[in-house]
Design a protein around this ligand. Structure first.
Ligand code: GAR
Length: 235
């Protein structure tokens, strides 16, 4: 789905919870934050389903413990790789059932096809462990350390066909310390992610952030110059 098509005007203003489908591949700590916030009533969301492309992802357990429907579309079975088209066909069928208002990639590590991205029934956002447009792709922490970056962090952006290149909605930033390495940065950035993702979804659910990049920002934040909105939370 292109940025231009990302319109949810009625849903953004809605009082009923935003229906969210979450795609995961691993630990699922960000999924857990969303679950906790939903259960605490801190986020007006209803996680209607989780899709994992790995059958060993701990995120599956997290969803099951909360009775959230989980679909496992393992990328390998009997030594064979599941083609992305097959994954996407099953994922689309789940979306048709779950009817999400928003699709959230939270640690989802497969690259989706252009056809799928352009045809999702709801806007799709991705959590990325770097300050986009810097460090698209993998090994972001290692590359930031090697480049001697002074600042690092994470971004939530709209998913478009080009990898990690859609409109960045929000970012959280930290100072890179002299002692930091890829592992310490990963740990520190994850602390930020656990605040950035629910904050971003809250802004989307409340209609403060428009999912359509062509929409004007609501009056409440129209004095802000440009996206992304930034959280500066050093940890
Ligand atoms: C997160 O750090 C997220 O930024 C990253 O995977 C991790 C998942 O953690 N995503 C990507 O690298 C996407 N390209 P989690 O499974 O504990 O939420």
């Amino acid at each position: 789905m292109s940025v231009d098509n990302l319109q949810q005007p009625s849903k953004q203003q809605q009082t009923s919870p935003l229906r969210i489908a979450v795609l995961v591949s691993g630990n699922g700590s960000n999924l857990q934050v969303l679950i906790d916030a939903m259960q605490a009533g801190a986020l007006p969301i209803n996680i209607v389903g989780v899709i994992s492309n790995r059958d060993d992802a701990y995120a599956i357990t997290r969803a099951q413990q909360t009775n959230i429907p989980v679909t496992v579309l393992s990328h390998t079975a009997n030594g064979k790789r599941m083609a992305i088209k097959t994954f996407e066909t099953h994922a689309s069928a789940q979306f048709a059932t779950w009817k999400p208002d928003l699709i959230v990639l939270a640690g989802f590590m497969r690259v989706l096809s252009a056809a799928f991205i352009d045809s999702t029934p709801a806007p799709m956002i991705n959590l990325h462990p770097a300050l986009l447009p810097a460090y698209k792709g993998m090994n972001t922490h290692q590359r930031a350390v090697q480049a001697g970056e002074r600042y690092h962090g994470c971004s939530v952006h709209v998913v478009t066909v080009e990898l990690d290149a859609g409109q960045v909605l929000t970012q959280a930033v930290l100072n890179v310390n002299a002692k930091d390495n890829a592992d310490s940065l990963q740990t520190r950035v994850q602390v930020l992610e656990h605040q950035l993702l629910p904050w971003t979804i809250l802004l989307l659910a409340k209609g403060v952030l428009p999912l359509n990049a062509n929409d004007k920002l609501p009056d409440t934040i129209s004095h802000l110059p440009i996206l992304p909105l930034r959280l500066c939370l050093d940890n």
